[in-house]
Design a protein around this ligand. Structure first.
Ligand SMILES: NC(=O)c1ccc[n+]([C@@H]2O[C@H](COP(=O)([O-])OP(=O)(O)OC[C@H]3O[C@@H](n4cnc5c(N)ncnc54)[C@H](O)[C@@H]3O)[C@@H](O)[C@H]2O)c1
Length: 370
């Protein structure tokens, strides 16, 4: 197989879909790897390293997309990339299709096989290709929140950990999964007062055991969330219903009741966001205000720390790329329930129920179109 790695084109996206160790593994397994020049530069991985690993460097995205059997990327294709779609191409990347009907339509119309990192699910119910980026975004969300709470950056001028004699900031985390847990770790480490709200009681019990009473855990409902927001200095949105649009847990009118200069970081923005007031922002223009409350809604947060993120991501993706390349799409899917769960669009049909339902589209079982 020929595996292609284009340079990412999304704003400030400096991660890359494959590192030299992945290239070596594929080349040793008998495949060819084409990497667009400077694809890894943003992650401090250079063309020479890819060449030493056995990759062929090409100068344009067109050469990568046109020759590859499998294109391995990081972010969902941008409109400027849709022209590369063609029948038979396997696209392996984050897709987050639920809020992106135009991209979904382009994949359907062109007959691309689109496998979404974020819906690959292992037998233990874990989402192994979401986990490392959720770890990064969760840890970053508190760093970002702490930074924007500083007055020169537009926040209410509160130090997360307080000082002796002065109360710390109240950090409210909606969703206690991977993002929420990692956010809590960092917020606690900085000395903040931390509340985690989740709808899963088993998860709240687990978090209570892990933190041994250092965090407040609350069951998710309208009342709990509305009251917690009134006291919050930093709110982190970290809920997920896999493959579906995020539930809007924070209503527009509640933002009016919050402290001026409080900060809301909606990490779940890549699934449409979990605050009614959220809209996606970029690393170039990351924040805006609603009723004096600062919103940070960058949908590709890990791009700010590309070296860490690229290594974390490719540690997780490379085994699946190898499986796809070695066995081919059909056999790889037959042998791996996890990979099958990742397929969102195949042969002109949406084959992932939650994506179709979010967009009001019809869908088919993958088995029916294989
Ligand atoms: N913006 C970014 O750059 C970025 C990076 C990584 C991950 N993410 C996103 O962050 C979100 C969270 O990811 P994760 O890995 O932590 O997911 P996860 O599945 O580990 O955790 C999600 C949690 O949300 C909880 N939840 C679901 N519905 C809820 C509700 N109504 N009320 C309260 N809790 C609820 C679940 O019980 C679960 O504990 C996802 O949307 C993911 O795509 C964004």
């Amino acid at each position: 197989m020929i595996i292609g790695v284009p340079r990412e084109v999304k704003d400030h996206e400096t991660r890359v879909g494959m590192v030299p160790s992945g290239v070596t593994a594929l080349v040793e397994a008998g495949h060819e790897v084409i990497v667009q020049t400077r694809a890894g530069t943003g992650s401090s991985i250079f063309d020479e390293e890819y060449m030493e690993a056995g990759a062929r460097i090409v100068s344009t995205p067109n050469e990568v997309w046109a020759q590859a059997d499998i294109v391995v990327k990081v972010k969902e294709p941008q409109p400027s990339e849709y022209m590369h779609f063609r029948k038979g191409l396997i696209l392996f990347t984050y897709l987050h299709l639920a809020p992106l009907p135009d991209l979904t339509q382009a994949l359907i119309d062109t007959g691309v096989t689109a496998i979404a990192y974020e819906t690959i699910r292992e037998r233990d119910n874990s989402l192994p290709l979401l986990t490392p980026m959720s770890e990064v975004a969760g840890r970053m969300s508190v760093q970002v929140g702490a930074q924007y709470l500083e007055a020169p950056n537009g926040g209410r001028g509160i130090l997360l950990g307080g000082i002796p004699g002065v109360a710390p900031a109240n950090v409210v985390i909606l969703g206690g999964g991977i993002v929420g847990h990692n956010a809590a770790k960092i917020a606690l480490g900085l000395g903040a007062h931390v509340t985690i709200i989740d709808r899963s009681m088993p998860r709240l019990r687990e978090l209570d055991d892990i933190y041994n009473g250092q965090v407040v855990t609350l069951a998710s409902n309208v009342h709990t969330i509305r009251e917690a927001l009134k006291l919050a200095d930093l709110v982190i949105g970290a809920v997920l219903i896999p493959g579906a649009s995020a539930p809007k847990l924070v209503r527009r009118e509640w933002v009016t009741t919050m402290k001026r200069g409080a900060v809301m970081v909606d990490v779940a923005i890549d699934q449409g966001g979990c605050f009614e007031t959220s809209h996606a922002t970029t690393h170039t223009d990351p924040i805006y205000y609603v009723d004096g409350v600062l919103h940070y809604c960058v949908s590709n947060m890990p791009a700010a720390v590309p070296h860490t993120s690229t290594l974390g991501l490719t540690n997780a993706t490379t085994p699946y790329v190898l499986e796809l390349a070695n066995k081919g799409f059909k056999a790889a899917c037959a042998g791996s329930p996890a990979l099958r769960e990742g397929v969102n669009v195949h042969a002109g049909e949406v084959v992932y129920a939650a994506v179709a339902e979010s967009q009001g589209r019809a869908w088919k079982e993958l088995a029916a179109v294989l």
